[in-house]
Design a protein around this ligand. Structure first.
Ligand SMILES: Nc1ncnc2c1ncn2[C@@H]1O[C@H](COP(=O)(O)OP(=O)(O)O)[C@@H](O)[C@H]1O
Ligand SMILES: [Mg+2]
Length: 280
C-alpha cells in the first residue's frame, strides 16, 4: 500500500488544481456530555478531474465529510472551499445557490421522484432553478449512461441500476464542478454496481468531471484514483492507484501493529470525553 512520496499529497494534481479543500474541518454533533466529534480537524484537498474514494467504518465521518465539503451541513470550526470560493461563512441563500449550481449529488437510495419520467427527473433540479439545460451536454450524458431508450419511463419501470444511472445523469445535468456520491452502489446488485462505477469512471475520464465517492466496497474503491481512509473522524491514510487487494489489506486491522492503526473495527459515537486513549 505504500506509495512514493510524490503521490502522497492528498489529491494533488500535477498542476495543483483543487476542486474542494478543507482545513482543520471539525464537526461536532450535540454538546457537553453527549457531544460526538464526527470530524476531527480534517485537512483534505480534492483534486479536480479525479475520482476520489472515501472509505472507513460506519460512523467514521464519511457522510459528514461529504456534507461539509458540499455545503449541505455547517461546520463547527475550520474552513472549506469549493474551488476558489470559501463556503464556510456563506449565508444560507448563497449556499443554496452554490449547491444548486456547482455541486451534484448521488445517494444510496436514488431519491428519484416516482411520478416523474426519467427525463423529468434528470432535469428537475435545473427546472426548479429556472435554468435551461445545455441540450448537447444532456444528450451526451444520456447516451454515455445508456438511458436514451428509458427517458419516458418512470422509476418503478426501471431496474435499480437504471434508476441509479438516472440519478447519475441528474447529478451531471448541470455540469457541476464536483459530484458527491454517498455509497451509490450500496443498494445495487454487483453487476448494476459495476455498471454505475463504470459510468462514474467515465464521467471523470471522458467528461472531465470530478467525483468524490463514499464506498464500503474495496472493488468499488479500486476504480478510483485515490482512496482516503477515514477512522474516528480523521483521515488516517490514503492510497493512490488502488487495487481491491491492496484496499482490502489496508482495511485489515493488525493487532499490535502500527502504533496508531486505523480503527476500521471501531464503533463510532463515543462521547467526546472518551477519546483520551486515541489522542496522541
Ligand atoms: N445529525 C446527527 N446528529 C448527531 N450525530 C450525528 C448526526 N449525523 C452523524 N452523527 C454522528 O457522527 C458520526 C459520523 O457520522 P457519519 O458521517 O454519518 O458516518 P459514516 O458516513 O462514516 O457512517 C457518527 O458517530 C454519527 O452517529
Ligand atoms: Mg454515511
Amino acid at each position: 500500500m505504500s506509495t512514493p512520496a510524490a503521490q502522497h499529497a492528498p489529491g494533488r494534481t500535477p498542476d495543483g488544481r483543487i476542486a474542494a479543500r478543507a482545513r482543520a474541518l471539525t464537526k461536532a454533533y450535540g454538546s457537553g456530555e453527549t457531544a460526538v466529534l464526527a470530524l476531527d480537524a480534517v485537512d483534505v484537498d480534492i483534486a479536480r478531474g479525479r475520482f476520489t474514494a472515501v472509505m472507513g467504518p460506519s460512523g467514521s465521518g464519511k457522510s459528514t465529510l461529504m456534507h461539509c465539503l458540499a455545503g449541505l451541513d455547517t461546520v463547527s470550526s475550520g474552513r472549506v472551499w469549493l474551488g476558489d470560493t470559501e463556503i464556510t461563512g456563506l449565508r444560507e441563500r448563497e449556499l443554496t445557490r452554490l449547491r444548486r449550481d456547482r455541486v451534484g449529488f448521488m445517494f444510496q437510495s436514488f431519491n428519484l421522484i416516482p411520478t416523474l419520467t426519467a427525463a423529468e427527473n434528470i432535469t428537475l433540479p435545473m427546472d426548479i432553478a429556472g435554468r435551461k439545460p445545455d441540450a448537447r451536454w444532456l444528450d451526451l450524458i444520456v447516451d454515455t449512461l445508456g438511458l436514451r431508450d428509458r427517458l419516458a419511463h418512470r422509476p418503478a419501470q426501471l431496474s435499480g441500476g437504471q434508476q441509479q444511472r438516472v440519478a447519475c445523469a441528474r447529478a451531471l445535468a448541470s455540469r457541476p464542478e464536483l459530484i458527491f456520491a454517498d455509497e451509490p452502489t450500496g443498494n445495487l446488485d454487483s453487476r448494476a454496481g459495476l455498471e454505475v462505477l463504470g459510468f462514474l469512471r467515465g464521467a471523470v475520464d471522458d467528461l472531465g468531471q470530478t467525483v468524490v465517492m463514499v464506498t464500503h466496497d474495496p472493488g468499488a474503491a479500486a476504480r478510483s484514483d485515490l482512496v482516503l481512509f477515514l477512522a474516528d473522524g480523521r483521515i488516517v491514510d490514503e492510497m493512490a492507484r488502488p487495487t481491491a487487494e491492496a484496499v482490502l489489506e489496508r482495511m485489515r486491522v493488525v493487532p499490535g501493529g502500527d502504533p496508531r492503526p486505523p480503527r476500521f473495527d471501531a464503533v463510532r459515537g463515543r462521547p467526546r470525553d472518551g477519546r483520551t486513549d486515541e489522542e496522541g
